[in-house]
Design a protein around this ligand. Structure first.
Ligand code: GLY
Length: 368
């Protein structure tokens, strides 16, 4: 397969991200990462009808001795729960999975996070191969080993760091991705330009039409450049002791919005993760400008680009600012009860601000 690009992630548990069309059908490539005799293909009710049978037979053809079971969870962030986690664990038990078993996580961020967490916990840790099928999971959640489930009090509050054994981003899967999901993924792509790469940001301004039209080469380029940024960061800071927190630009605001909306992102009214992050990035940029850290011009440029990608940039109507702030206080980045946010000094220069004045955040939320 000549069209495959590779990004290496170094560190204590190195792995490769392969990006290209047709990877889900390449059983030999996928099965090469199954060390033992058991594989659980974990997917969701949206993705299963599209790809599960093809991936299962590709694995079986490449490795007839592999015992493959498929576990289908209901689709949507509202199912990234301890209950769904328990069902995945039951599926591993039913398979008789031993310590050398592999979970193949076929789907978007919800599947990847939940499958990764099940892999982190089963027999204290088995391999997980990420097969992301959404743009958002290809550029962010499948890379770096963050795994988790949500609880009613907040998003991703229960989880573990458990790096994947490999990541295969089959860009052909993006052809079946709903347009709203493609746009939501582009929010996370824009994030890399915003936090560390003004030239990439400019490229995203120039390639908007191609990316929105699903142009294969433009998307592969966007995924590879995003993964290169993410790989570099997680290699240097796998456990988010420092630099990795920058990847959360907009996420504290975004997670609060998602939690307040009850993780109902598949409803037309509620925001999906990438949309909430788009709103959050603009709020973070506006707050940075108010705190005198950045100028208004860069905030305007960020807002214009996100809007150009069809993304929301204001807090949805009806959300209570006090309730959003209360959610933000539960964010994992906070230390010693202080609000710790990722803000920026303008395009390409994000930084963690350890003790943000809550009154300024509330003022912004009331206006936004
Ligand atoms: N999604 C942010 C991170 O992986 O650190």
């Amino acid at each position: 397969m000549s069209d495959v690009r590779t990004v290496a992630v170094g560190g204590d548990a190195p792995y490769r991200i392969e990006i290209g069309p047709g990877l889900l059908a390449d059983g030999a490539r996928l099965a090469a990462h199954a060390r033992g005799r058991h594989a659980l293909l974990l997917t969701d009710s949206h993705v299963a009808p599209l790809y599960a049978a093809a991936v299962e037979s590709a694995l079986r053809d490449a490795r007839p001795a592999l015992r493959v079971a498929i576990h289908v969870m209901p689709a949507g962030e509202s199912h990234k729960t301890l209950a769904s986690f328990g069902e995945a664990i039951d599926a591993l038990a039913a398979l008789g999975a031993t310590r050398d078993a592999t979970i193949f996580a076929l789907g978007g961020g919800v599947v990847g996070d939940l499958a990764g967490f099940a892999a982190a916990c089963w027999m204290r840790g088995i391999d997980c191969v990420q097969l992301p099928t959404t743009l958002l999971s290809m550029v962010d959640s499948s890379v770096g080993g963050k795994t988790a489930v949500d609880i009613p009090q907040g998003k991703n509050l229960v989880g573990a760091f458990h790096p994947p054994r490999a990541v295969f981003a089959d860009t052909a899967a993006l052809r079946t991705l709903p347009a709203r999901e493609l746009r939501a993924g582009l929010a996370e792509v824009v994030k890399y330009g915003a936090i560390r790469d003004p030239l990439f940001f400019e490229w995203l301004e120039a390639e908007r039409a191609a990316l929105l039209a699903g142009d294969h080469r433009a998307l592969a380029e966007a995924i590879a450049r995003s993964c290169e940024h993410k790989a570099g960061i997680v290699e240097r800071d796998p456990l988010e002791r420092g630099e990795r927190a920058l990847l959360n630009l907009g996420h504290t605001f975004g997670h609060a919005i998602e939690a307040e909306q009850g993780y109902a992102g598949n409803d037309r009214e509620a925001l999906v993760h990438g949309e909430a992050v788009a709103v959050g990035m603009v709020l973070a940029a506006r707050l940075s400008a108010r705190l005198g850290m950045a100028g208004d011009d860069d905030t305007g440029r960020l807002r214009t680009l996100l809007q150009g990608y069809g993304l929301p940039t204001a807090v949805p109507a009806g959300l209570d600012p006090e309730a959003l702030l209360a959610r933000m206080r539960l964010d994992k980045k906070n230390l010693a009860g202080r609000l710790r946010l990722v803000l920026w000094r303008g395009l390409g220069h994000a930084e963690v601000v350890p003790d943000v004045d809550e009154a300024r955040v509330l003022e912004l939320l009331r206006e936004a």
